[in-house]
Design a protein around this ligand. Structure first.
Ligand SMILES: NC(=O)c1ccc[n+]([C@@H]2O[C@H](COP(=O)([O-])OP(=O)(O)OC[C@H]3O[C@@H](n4cnc5c(N)ncnc54)[C@H](OP(=O)(O)O)[C@@H]3O)[C@@H](O)[C@H]2O)c1
Length: 235
């Protein structure tokens, strides 16, 4: 396996899709910063991949904490030497069964802090490093539940968080249109994880493939688009 120069930071990677994205990126020789808010879960996850010979290192990162985001972007850049790929994967889904009209504001706040403010701030922190390198790939892991054309009753906080993530994808992609930093969003589909549940139709391997593709697209690849697998998905 050839180790490339590329370094990827993946959020919420101690389990589920984030963990599988780390495995697939590392299997391509990309050096991966596997991040998680809980060190006791993140460190063993990174160790298990490293023991398979994959170039994976653990860094603590809570995407709701400013200090944690600043410190981790700085630590990854310093210790791994660069930062080429950001996968905004961490998210919570706290209102899958409640009507929006009955939703508590604490649930709304936590959902938006995790699923919107965290990715937004991380993009702001990573872009200066990517600009300096003249290379960047930013993948926002969104959801079909945030697709504006398909909005329906329920899951209000989660839906608006992913619709906001999609909006942010368009804004940042346009602000970066004259650079080699490509920002895109992707839905993994309905995947068997803690969030998706055991009845979901796709494996983590299947759900992660489109994310890894966007994380590694060439310089003339898409920007400011929403995908499922390699096909465009309606906003
Ligand atoms: N599974 C699906 O069917 C599906 C469908 C559409 C979109 N998605 C999206 O795919 C992504 C991955 O989801 P998943 O299915 O793999 O879910 P998951 O198994 O529940 O994983 C979510 C990850 O996010 C982490 N996380 C939550 N809050 C965090 C915070 N404040 N800081 C850092 N990490 C935090 C969790 O860490 P802890 O272990 O510490 O809680 C966990 O590692 C999410 O963006 C989700 O919205 C999933």
């Amino acid at each position: 396996m050839e180790i490339t120069e590329r370094v990827a930071l993946v959020t919420g990677a101690n389990r589920g899709i984030g963990l599988e994205v780390c495995r697939q990126l590392a299997a391509r020789g990309i050096r991966v910063a596997l991040t998680a808010r809980n060190e006791d879960k993140g460190r063993p996850a990174a160790k298990a991949l490293a023991e398979q010979g994959l170039p994976v290192t653990f860094f603590p990162l809570d995407v709701t904490r400013e200090e944690s985001m600043v410190q981790t972007v700085e630590a990854v850049t310093r210790e791994l030497g660069r930062l080429d790929i950001l996968v905004n994967n961490a998210a919570v889904a706290l209102d899958m069964k409640q009507p929006g009209l009955e939703l508590g504001m604490d649930t709304v706040r936590t959902t938006l802090e995790t699923n919107v403010h965290g990715p937004l701030r991380l993009i702001q922190l990573c872009v200066p490093v990517m600009r300096q390198q003249g290379y960047g790939r930013i993948v926002n892991v969104s959801s079909g539940l945030g697709s504006f054309s398909r909005l329906a009753a329920g899951k209000l906080a989660y839906r608006i968080s992913k619709a906001s993530l999609n909006a942010m994808t368009c804004v940042f992609a346009d602000e970066l249109k004259d650079t080699n930093i490509l920002v895109n969003a992707v839905t993994p589909g309905w995947v068997r994880t803690h969030l998706g549940g055991i009845r979901a139709e796709r494996s983590v391997e299947e759900g992660s493939e489109g994310i890894v593709w966007l994380a590694t697209i060439p310089d003339d690849g898409p920007r400011g688009k929403f995908f499922k697998d390699r096909d465009e998905f309606p906003w």
